[in-house]
Design a protein around this ligand. Structure first.
Ligand code: GDP
Ligand code: IMO
Ligand code: MG
Length: 432
């Protein structure tokens, strides 16, 4: 078992970054496979916090190789900023630590401008995007007008390519959205020094590199971004992101065969959160929801927006387990639930007076369901310093056992705090 895919099993921000950082010490290669700088992955090591958006969450381990695969949309200016920040904090970031796929899509300022202009123009039906240009960048990829990373190094043709793309974008920006025009020449000049720096990390065939490492028996982690219910095909469309966030996309986005993906780890919080618009069946718009938000510091690391909070939704979690083929789970942030008299868990939905156990595929039905909540006794103890499962309060253990029994998939890791060290292992990694 040398390939492990780590995906979010809810609406994002489950704690994937923390888990990847923890798993990375047992791995050789960490590959980020989709999304862009809409992601915010927070790592805490000895109390020191690092937020990553594009760089894989293994980067704090200097002896590991991190790869950004072709399925990612790369805000090159954002990426340079992330590299710079890491360098300022003492990380070297050489090309034996970071590689960037030549065929990854380049995300440029006009993608952000369009994303933000579109959201601004919508009233009721806002998606609540991060404004990072993700939708427009993936659109360009699908309509075959995107620049890819290798275009940046071909400086002879770069300006012409930008002029071609901006011809259409500027009509949209100025005529449709009353936004300022963007100059191809200006962007070109900004790109040149950035491309020179990024060239250091150039990788022509990431699929080949990863395949060879797997052949040599190296341990590879595939890091997902966002979450299952934000998937472009299977999420609560249109309140989703623009990439496939599911485990299967790790193979296509990296360029390896799907048979390699044997262990699929679903990361979930012991409760639920969602940022942006869209249905959220277990949302708590009361003081209990506020307590979870406050205790869990549920404010986005990319946009600073408050995350909506609610009880754990097992209907949605089972849906995520099925869509991804999850065979191992990591429960994060159970420490945040300390201090409640009782803890709710959604075990079914009520729709038009009937009890259902499957997550509806139609988004308008998801917004109509009522959650069926079972309550379990809460615990008061602070569990952030617990080092072994056996030292968890009985009521916390009951909660974990209840969830495991309901979902029929093993929970192999429990996280009791943001720090790398605050992780309880039930089963070792890279074992069947
Ligand atoms: P990601 O996008 O899935 O990587 O998750 P984020 O990093 O956006 O959000 C998770 C937040 O919870 C971050 O601030 C983490 O530092 C924090 N976190 C992760 N695991 C735990 C945990 O077990 N307990 C607590 N209290 N915080 C955690
Ligand atoms: P990580 O990797 C939580 C949400 C946005 C919005 C929708 C579409 O940190 O878990 P987009 O900018 O992608 O077009 O926005 O998706 N969203 C996330 N929510 N965590 C994320 O990433 C997210 N990335 C996008 O809030 O609702
Ligand atoms: Mg996040």
């Amino acid at each position: 078992m040398s390939a492990i895919v780590i995906i979010g099993a809810q609406w994002g921000d489950e704690g994937k970054g923390k888990l990847v950082d923890v798993f990375a010490s047992h791995s050789d290669l960490i590959v980020r496979f989709q999304g862009g700088s809409n992601a915010g992955h927070t790592l805490v090591v000895n109390g020191k916090k690092t937020v990553l958006h594009l760089i894989p969450s293994g980067i704090l381990h200097p002896d590991k190789m991190c790869i950004i695969a072709s399925g990612v949309v790369i805000d090159i200016f954002g990426l340079i900023g992330e590299i710079k920040k890491l360098k300022e904090t003492g990380f070297e970031i050489s090309n034996s630590q970071l590689l960037i796929s030549d065929s990854a899509t380049v995300l440029l300022p006009y993608h952000k401008a369009l994303d933000q202009a579109r959201e601004k123009s919508l009233s009721e039906s806002k998606i609540g995007t991060t404004g990072k240009g993700i939708g427009p960048a993936y659109e360009d990829r699908a309509s075959r007008r995107a620049l890819v990373m290798s275009d940046l190094y071909d400086t002879k043709n770069l300006l012409a390519k930008l002029e071609f793309v901006l011809k259409e974008k500027n009509v949209l920006l100025t005529k449709m959205y009353d936004a300022p025009e963007i100059s191809a020449k200006e962007i070109y000049e900004q790109i040149l020094p950035v491309a020179e720096e990024l060239k250091t990390y150039r990788a022509t065939d990431v699929g080949l590199i990863v395949s060879n490492k797997l052949k040599q028996g190296r341990r590879v982690l595939f890091e997902g971004a966002q979450g299952t219910l934000l998937d472009i095909q299977h999420g609560t469309y249109p309140f989703v992101t623009s990439s496939s966030t599911l485990s299967g996309s790790a193979a296509t986005s990296v360029g390896i065969g799907p048979h390699h993906l044997q262990k699929i780890v679903g990361v979930f919080k012991a409760y639920c959160t969602r940022v942006g618009s869209g249905p959220f069946p277990t949302e708590l718009t009361n003081d209990v929801g506020e307590k979870i938000q406050k205790d869990g510091h549920e404010f986005g690391s990319t946009t600073g927006r408050a995350r909506r909070c609610g009880w754990l939704d097992l209907v949605a979690l089972k849906h995520a387990i099925r869509l991804n083929g999850v065979n191992s789970l990591a429960m994060m942030k159970i420490d945040v639930l300390s201090g409640h008299d009782q803890i709710g868990v959604c075990t079914a939905y009520k729709l038009n007076g009937e009890i259902i156990h499957d997550f509806p595929t139609a988004t308008d039905l998801v917004s109509q369901v009522e959650p069926v909540i079972e309550f379990l006794p809460g615990w008061k103890e602070d569990i952030t310093q617990v080092k072994n499962m056996k030292d968890l309060p009985l009521k916390a253990m009951n909660y974990i056992n209840f969830v495991t029994a309901q979902i029929g998939c093993p929970i192999d890791v429990i996280s009791v705090g943001p720090d790398r060290e605050q992780t309880l292992w039930i089963k070792p990694l890279f074992k069947d």
